[in-house]
Design a protein around this ligand. Structure first.
Ligand code: C5P
Length: 216
């Protein structure tokens, strides 16, 4: 049906931050409300897709018709994403922590003074999916940038094996806000969508995907 253009398709979305434990009570995390990713998952479900939403710790309700998998760390997100494949479309919106900490097994004592944390790299989930044997037909990444938006997004697109990068300008007040300002970067170039609500970014993006993959 024209109102369910993604019927029969599986759309995989990551959203929110990851949390990397320092010890049993402390974490390092990214700033991400999860709003943009949850809005995309909701729009995909409304378009008729089967949606898997792999979500870091956020305080948002699960959109209707969406299967949600809650995770905390980047490694757990990578495993959940891999378990959710195959998918026709993957949209990686999560703000994944680039590094994990060598976590202490017991709570660090304040009296012992500030700890020296040892970091190591987390898996790049978008890049992993980009080179996966079950790579989705369409792979979309996000890129939060403060400068050189299009140039950085274009090199990220190529480096990670994504088809599209939705570059968002985070030089303003985007974190946790209702509005976003995005530029869609594809092999064909860059399209500035201007400032708009995150819900409208979601429906425009899903509309574009439906136009590409949809049957009616
Ligand atoms: O390199 P950068 O973190 O700016 O790339 C952002 C894009 O890569 C987003 O789509 C994000 O979800 C994804 N990403 C990922 N795994 C990481 C880091 C980023 O999937 N470890």
């Amino acid at each position: 049906a024209p109102d369910r253009p993604l019927a029969g398709r599986h759309v995989l979305v990551t959203a929110g931050p990851t949390q990397e434990p320092i010890d049993p009570v402390r974490v390092i995390a990214n700033r991400s409300s999860g709003k943009q990713g949850f809005a995309i998952a909701a729009a995909a479900a409304q378009a008729g897709a089967r949606v898997t939403l792999v979500a870091g710790p956020v305080s948002l309700p699960t959109p209707g018709g969406v299967v949600r998998v809650d995770i905390e760390t980047a490694e757990q997100m990578a495993a959940a994403v891999e378990a959710a494949l195959p998918a026709d479309v993957a949209i990686m919106v999560a703000a994944v922590a680039d590094w994990k900490v060598d976590a202490a097994p017991a709570k660090l004592k304040k009296a012992a003074g500030p700890p020296q944390l040892r970091f190591s790299a987390n898996p790049d989930i978008l890049a992993m999916v980009g080179s996966h044997v079950e790579r989705p037909q369409l792979l979309v990444g996000f890129a939060a940038e403060t400068d050189e938006l299009v140039a950085h997004a274009q090199s990220k697109r190529v480096a990670k094996g994504a088809d599209w990068i939705v570059a968002n300008d985070v030089s303003g007040d985007v974190m946790g806000a209702a509005d976003n300002h995005v530029v869609l970067v594809t092999a064909d170039g860059a399209e500035d969508w201007g400032p708009m609500p995150k819900t409208e970014v979601a429906s425009a993006l899903i509309g574009r995907i439906a136009g590409l993959l949809g049957k009616d």
